[in-house]
Write a protein that binds this ligand. Structure first.
Ligand code: NAD
Length: 505
């Protein structure tokens, strides 16, 4: 049965006026489960107007009251996270345990935002000049737009909106059209937590909706996460209009295994980070760089573990409650990823584990592709140069540490990387040598905790501010510095005519 999925504006479901629609599918069964309303320009303007109307009063609401709403939201999210996980699994396909993991990492940012009163504290200097004091403060921006990708329908929006809302902004969230229902569940949760209507809104749609956000004079800032070409487009369009933008793009994350590494830890980590969420994570490991003599042994250990993974429908009604990995998000994406395996094989890579024929029981029509391990991949091959975004792990063999670093640094992306070694000096050197934003030492998916900031380098991020942590607080607020003089009756006369540039005395 297919249900209509609408927008959310001013605290209520909003159908808009357009008749363009897109199917939403359950990737494990291939069944169409939802009919998504795609915004027209007029619909988008109406949702933005709802946020514009709500922003001033929310920005003036006391920090104590705003924080109370954040705490209430956190409690509701924590107690009802299974509901949200089921929605994520039904539209994205990732198994329930993985969906719960994504919610937990988003919840971390909500918890960080609960303490925003500390982070919004300004400075105060008394007597910077005779009888003159200075204080600084940070104000909300107004309306901010968040445009999110399909692969984390809850966590990625939660990288941004808890801080944006705690700081006093109103939000328009434009989720991915592939899994749009999580955003609506979150909107209802905000309402239950006591957030005033209009402070959190959901705009459903495609490029039309995105362009409306980029072009609206009422939207002050854009947080985007998605593929690099769209990130670059969003950055260029929105900055041209004077908006503040953080646009996080694609990735090709390398895991470098040095000869002294613990190979069992490295093999476990490569499998977890390569195939978790079917490789549809921006921090997934997609390239394993085996340095020196470790390659044969490492590939054998990874292959062993990979063959033991359970692939299946890990959703509430699925056959495989204990599945490690679910399907890919759409049939088109599944076929694209499979075509990379084919081209890699034609170009000379060795297919050590082949996921192309995997069909879990009870789920024949889903978008399945099992974990695939390619060895002897070289940097010229398409499987290496393109972001595949699927369960395909490529092994590149190099002789030296220097070759490994040169490979990582020659890559146009710089999101995440990991080094596996038991040599602290080598790890320290790697950390200094690589041009990548997030680095793991014996940690394959080094997503920073909420109090630090998330962001890549090079073509993985356009803009200069990373997500959440103190950079997130800066992104969603604007600084003011106030210089004050009060007339002091005990110390007259003050003032007097002086047309020269004011000096501090
Ligand atoms: P995508 O770029 O296709 O879509 C992202 C958003 O942009 C969606 O809301 C979509 O509706 C919109 N969009 C798509 N095409 C558009 C266009 N031509 N004009 C305007 N808007 C458009 O990305 P996706 O497939 O949903 O997500 C996967 C990508 O996201 C991967 O490249 C992945 O690496 C990246 N990603 C990056 C991070 C990060 O932190 N750097 C995190 C998650 C995902």
């Amino acid at each position: 049965m297919s249900t209509t999925i609408a927008h959310w504006a001013s605290g209520a479901s909003y159908a808009g006026s357009g008749d363009r629609r897109a199917d939403v599918t359950n990737p494990a069964t291939g069944e169409v489960t939802g009919s998504l309303l795609l915004a027209t320009r007029e619909d988008a303007d109406a949702v933005i107007a709802a946020a514009t109307a709500a922003a001033p009063e929310w920005g003036r609401t006391s920090l104590a009251r705003r924080t109370q709403v954040l705490f209430a939201f956190r409690e509701l999210l924590n107690s009802r996270r299974e509901e949200l996980a089921a929605i994520i699994t039904a539209e994205h396909g990732k198994v329930l345990s993985d969906a719960l993991g994504e919610i937990a990492r988003g919840q971390e940012v909500v918890e960080f935002a609960c303490g925003l009163s500390h982070l919004l504290k300004g400075g105060h200097s008394e007597g910077v000049s005779t009888g003159v004091d200075v204080h600084s403060k940070r104000d909300p921006l107004g309306v901010v737009g968040i445009i999110s990708p399909f692969n984390f329908p809850a966590m990625v929006p939660m990288w941004f909106f808890p801080i944006a809302i705690a700081a006093g902004n109103a939000v328009v969230l434009k989720p991915s059209e592939k899994d749009p229902s999580a955003a609506l569940w979150l909107a209802r949760l905000w309402q239950e937590a006591g957030l005033p209507d209009g402070v959190f809104n959901v705009l459903q749609g495609d490029k039309v909706a995105v362009d409306a956000l980029l072009q609206s004079p009422d939207v002050q800032a854009i947080s985007f996460v998605g593929s690099t070409p769209v990130a670059e487009y969003v950055y260029s369009e929105a900055t041209q209009r004077g908006k503040r933008v953080q646009a996080l793009g694609g990735a090709k994350n390398h895991m470098v295994v040095l000869p002294d590494a613990d190979l069992d830890l490295a093999a476990d980590s490569a499998v977890n980070a390569g195939y978790g969420s079917a490789g549809e994570r921006c921090m997934a490991i997609s390239v394993l760089v085996a340095v020196g003599p470790v390659a044969d042994d490492l590939v054998a250990r990874i292959a062993d573990r990979t063959r033991g993974l359970v692939i299946g429908d890990g959703g509430e009604t699925g056959e495989e409650k204990e599945a490690d990995m679910g399907p890919l998000v759409t049939r088109e994406h599944r076929d694209r990823v499979a075509s990379f395996v084919e081209s890699g094989e034609q170009e000379g890579a060795k297919v050590v584990v082949d996921g192309r024929e995997v069909r879990p029981r009870g789920a024949q029509d889903g978008f399945w592709l099992g974990p695939t391990l390619l060895d002897h991949v070289t940097p010229e091959m398409g499987v290496y140069t393109e972001e595949i975004f699927g369960p395909v792990l490529s092994v590149v063999r190099v002789e030296t540490y220097e070759e490994a670093v040169a490979l990582v640094n020659a890559n146009p992306y710089g999101n995440g990387t990991a080094v596996f070694t038991n040599d602290g000096g080598a790890a320290r050197r790697y950390e200094a040598d690589v041009q990548v934003g997030m680095i793991g030492v014996n940690v394959p998916v080094p997503v920073p905790v909420a109090s630090y900031s998330f962001g890549g380098w090079k073509r993985s991020l356009f803009g200069d501010t990373h997500a959440h942590g103190t950079e997130g607080v800066h992104f969603f607020t604007r600084g003011k510095v106030v210089t004050t003089r009060w007339v002091d009756p005990a110390n007259r006369p003050q003032g007097g005519l002086e047309l020269g540039f004011p000096r501090n005395v």
